[in-house]
Every structure is written in structure tokens, then in C-alpha cells.
Ligand binder design. Structure first.
Ligand code: HEC
Ligand code: HEC
Length: 448
């Protein structure tokens, strides 16, 4: 059980991205002690990286690598040429003793070759393991294996699980499905984020406990842990911060922390679970830690596309592969990228062509609602596209009912491309390869 839940959740934050794992390789491939330090420094850079599109990052990584090799060649070359220019002078000094030296060298060589012959069988036997040792060592490290097998140049990255405490995850799962957290005891998180419906709702704008519609379409909680910010407008920094909104907002669970904690304190089995998992009584922060842990467990790896990323050429058929090609060609990947295939930056809806009829459409304001900066008008957190085939309806207001419809909107308003059925068909085929697997621990969930 973690002694300090805050420290534990920090530790969880340290593991989300392959980028960080890669950085770990660069920091120190072999020393486990420095893994944490590497991951932490990776974490502190997260907000900066997250705000800038990954292409710059991966390119700069490669540049750094190139520079490193160039630098090494250069520094090797310099001492060598310096030595060469010194050669004649040395030779003049050495020449008088040349005969002596030749004799010594000859007898040395003889000794060495005799020794070699004597020990040859042993040397031959031991040489393969010795010479291949560095490769073997790097291949047996999971970090290295990942770095060498996946297609590093793609902007979409495979998923890597968080290191989570199962007891905390289980408590979080229970809370996620707990109707007593709501103001009327009848609604849970799962009502709008049903796992049976890929972590979201079939309704464009579902209703909270009072029958009031939500302002936005609920994003999926699957893979939400990977997002750089939360809510369509990027209102919340972390999963833990985000929680006050669904607990208290009247268009969601419409409850209060006072009410939630009164219920949990009065429930012997919840109290026992909190004490067992955290060593502490129920509190707002521990409820948030448990729910966030549960949501961090909701990653969906091993999609067809992940298999392709891992090097399996046969994982995509020609339409799916063609769709991915278009996804890159039209620049979709410039916005929808990294592990979540989105969730890594803000972008305007309508970059290529004005999308909103009225600039003051209240749900269309986007980040402007928070920052009041004109350049944030109609700017939204780019949604993650993993499992997108199962999360209809689409867009912040749920107005696009099918994947084909939203792909056509993207082509027209985000890419400025003419919409044709063939492109839409292929892009959709590609998007369907982003559906992954929920790990077994979720099998208990019924969805509501
Ligand atoms: C009545 C429906 C409803 C309920 C109940 C509900 N949510 Fe949500 N959830 C939403 C909507 C709508 C949004 C989008 C809000 C926004 O963008 O500002 C959302 C957003 C989220 C997000 C942000 C996801 C992202 O990628 O940005 C998380 C996480 C989340 N909810 C978790 C929860 C949890 C945990 C609970 C239970 C405590 C819960 N929700 C209950 C409707 C609901
Ligand atoms: C300039 C950035 C940008 C580009 C380019 C872009 N998108 Fe998007 N995409 C967004 C944003 C922002 C949203 C959310 C808009 C909203 O709902 O307000 C979005 C939403 C989507 C959605 C709906 C997701 C959901 O859960 O509601 C899909 C699917 C999608 N994009 C696919 C694509 C495809 C396919 C392309 C290329 C043809 C593409 N996008 C190009 C930024 C972009």
C-alpha cells in the first residue's frame, strides 16, 4: 500500500509516455537507480512538450542524435590527424632504435601468437558471448527492446501502461460505478462514461441528475489519462483537478464533497477499503486519487494500428494503410498525434474554413471562455482518436453522428481539402484500426 498517496500519484504520472521511456534510454540505459530521475525530468518537461506539436520534438530528437554522431566522428578525426602530422618527427627520434624495436616487436608478436594458439579453443568458445554481450544486454532491457522495435518516426506512438496499485484501482472502479456519489443517489460516472460504450455516452448531450443536458459531449475516459489537459476547453490540468466538475456540477452528478464524504465515512466497507488502500480515511484527495488511478488503468493497447507500429506489416490491409497515408498527407496527424492520437494540443475548429455560423456560439467559444483571448476563440483540445469508431456521436457538441460525417468535416474545415467519398472511406478504415483492448481487470465492469 502506498504510504503517501500524493507521492504515489506522482509516480504514476511519471510513466505515461514512450517519449519518457526513450529519454530514460538516453539518460542512462542500464542504471535502474536513475530511471526515476530520468522519468521525473521527463515529467517536468511534459507541459512544454505537450503544447508544441510532436514533429518538432521527434525531429529535434533525431537532430540531436545526428549531431551526436557527427560530433563523435569529428572529435575522433581531430586527434588522429594531429597524430599523423607528428609522425615524421617521432620517426626521426625512433629511427636509430629501429632495429632494437623491430626485434622486440617480433618476439612480442611470436609470444602473442603462441599464446593465442595455445588458448585458441577456449578463446573461440568464449568469444561469441563476449563480442555480442552489449547487444544482448540492450535487447534484454524492455526499454531498449521497445526503442528498437517500434516505428519511431511515426507521430502516433504505442501505449505503455501506468504502474498502478491494484487495490487503489479497484477502489476507484467501485467509486466510478457508485450512484451514492450523486446528489440524488441515482447516477454514477458510468452513466455518461459507460465502458460498454467505449467510455462515453451514446447521447450527444447526456442529462445530469436534474434532467439538465450537459454543455458538451462527454469525451471517453478510455486513454483519457494520456491527455495533456482535460475538458474540451482545457479547463482542468489533471484528472484529479477535473473531478470537482462531475461531482458538483448540476448538469452531472450535482452533489457536494460534504455529501460524498459523509456517505463514504458512514459506509464501513468503503472506510475499510480507503484505510487498506491509502492508510487514510476517505477525503476529497483520496477519492480523486482512487478515481484517477482507475482511469489511468483504462488504457486500450494492442489495436491493429499498434501491431503495425510494432512492426507487423500484415496488421493493416491496403485500405487501412492507404487511410493512414492520407491521414499524414492531409495533415490530420499534425493535430491528432502521440499516444492518444490526439489529446496533446489545442487547435481551432475551422482553421482552413470558418466552421461556426456565429462567433459568439456559446459552446463554440472554446478556450476563449477561459482565457478571453481573441486568438483562443473556437480553439479546443484536439480529441484523442483511439477507439473513435466506438465513441459516436462526435465533436464537442456531438453534432456529427457518424465517423464518415466527422471525417468529411475535418477534411473541409481543418485541412481545406475537397471531400471525396474514396478518401473518407479510407480515412475511416484507418480510424477503425485505432480500437484497442481493455485489459482483463475491466471484465467485471458491466458498463453501468
Ligand atoms: C451527466 C453526464 C456525466 C457524468 C455523470 C460524468 N461526466 Fe465526466 N464528462 C461529462 C462531460 C459532458 C464532459 C466534458 C466536459 C467539458 O468538456 O468541460 C466530461 C468530461 C470528463 C472528463 C474529461 C475527459 C477529457 O478527456 O477531457 C473526465 C476525466 C470525466 N468526465 C470523468 C468523470 C468522472 C470520474 C465522473 C464521476 C465522478 C464523471 N465524469 C461523471 C459528462 C459526465
Ligand atoms: C488543425 C488541427 C486538426 C486537423 C488538421 C484535423 N483535426 Fe480532427 N479535430 C481537431 C479538433 C480541434 C477537433 C475537435 C473539434 C470540436 O469538436 O470542437 C477534431 C475532431 C476530430 C474527430 C472527432 C473526434 C471526437 O471524438 O469527437 C475526428 C474523428 C477527427 N478530428 C479526425 C480527423 C481527420 C481524419 C483529419 C484529417 C482529414 C483531421 N481530424 C484533421 C483538429 C484537427
Amino acid at each position: 500500500m502506498p504510504e503517501n498517496p500524493a507521492a504515489d500519484s506522482n509516480a504514476q504520472d511519471d510513466l505515461p509516455t514512450d517519449t519518457k521511456l526513450t529519454e530514460v534510454v538516453q539518460v542512462s540505459p542500464r542504471s535502474p537507480a536513475s530511471l526515476d530521475a530520468g522519468a521525473q525530468s521527463g515529467n517536468s518537461a511534459l507541459s512544454i512538450e505537450a503544447a508544441s506539436p510532436l514533429p518538432t520534438k521527434s525531429e529535434s530528437d533525431d537532430d540531436v542524435a545526428d549531431e551526436n554522431t557527427a560530433h563523435n566522428n569529428h572529435s575522433d578525426a581531430q586527434p588522429l590527424s594531429a597524430n599523423l602530422s607528428l609522425l615524421p618527427r617521432c620517426w626521426a627520434i625512433i629511427a636509430p632504435h629501429a632495429l632494437l624495436i623491430t626485434g622486440c616487436v617480433a618476439s612480442l608478436l611470436m609470444g602473442v601468437s603462441l599464446g593465442y594458439l595455445a588458448f585458441r579453443p577456449a578463446a573461440v568458445e568464449s568469444s561469441p558471448p563476449v563480442s555480442s554481450e552489449p547487444d544482448k544486454a540492450s535487447a534484454s532491457s524492455p526499454v531498449r527492446l521497445f526503442a528498437t522495435t517500434h516505428r519511431r518516426n511515426e507521430l502516433i506512438k504505442p501505449l505503455f501502461p501506468f504502474d498502478l496499485d491494484q487495490a487503489v484501482v479497484d477502489l476507484g472502479r467501485r467509486l466510478f460505478h457508485e450512484p451514492a456519489l450523486s446528489g440524488n443517489g441515482r447516477m454514477s460516472c458510468a452513466n455518461c462514461h459507460s465502458l460498454a460504450q467505449a467510455g462515453t455516452s451514446r447521447d450527444a448531450l447526456p442529462r445530469g441528475i436534474n434532467g439538465q443536458k450537459t454543455k458538451f459531449n462527454p469525451p471517453s475516459v478510455l486513454n483519457a489519462a494520456l491527455s495533456f489537459t482535460y475538458g474540451w476547453e482545457g479547463r482542468f490540468a489533471t484528472l484529479e483537478d477535473q473531478l470537482d466538475d462531475p461531482i458538483t456540477h448540476p448538469d452531472k452528478l450535482g452533489s457536494s464533497w460534504e455529501r460524498v464524504l459523509k456517505f463514504l465515512d458512514g459506509d464501513a466497507s468503503y472506510r475499510a477499503e480507503f484505510i487498506e488502500s491509502f492508510g487514510g480515511e476517505p477525503s476529497r484527495d483520496l477519492v480523486a486519487a482512487a478515481l484517477a488511478s482507475y482511469q489511468r488503468s483504462l488504457l486500450t493497447p494492442n489495436s491493429q494500428f499498434d501491431q503495425w507500429l510494432a512492426g507487423d506489416e500484415s496488421a493493416l490491409n491496403s485500405d487501412e494503410f492507404g487511410g493512414y497515408h492520407l491521414f499524414k498527407k492531409y495533415g490530420c496527424v499534425n493535430c491528432h498525434q502521440s499516444e492518444g492520437v490526439g489529446g496533446s494540443m489545442f487547435q481551432k475548429l475551422g482553421v482552413a474554413k470558418n466552421y461556426f455560423e456565429s462567433p459568439s456560439d456559446p459552446t463554440g467559444l472554446g478556450r476563449f471562455a477561459i482565457t478571453q483571448r481573441e486568438r483562443d476563440r473556437h480553439v479546443f483540445r484536439v480529441p484523442a482518436l483511439r477507439n473513435v469508431a466506438a465513441t459516436a456521436p462526435y465533436l464537442h457538441d456531438g453534432r456529427a453522428e457518424t465517423l464518415e460525417a466527422v471525417v468529411a468535416i475535418m477534411l473541409e474545415f481543418q485541412c481545406g481539402e475537397p471531400v471525396n467519398n474514396e478518401d473518407v472511406r479510407r480515412l475511416t478504415a484507418f480510424l477503425k484500426t485505432l480500437s484497442g483492448e481493455l485489459p482483463d481487470t475491466r471484465a467485471k465492469d458491466t458498463g453501468n
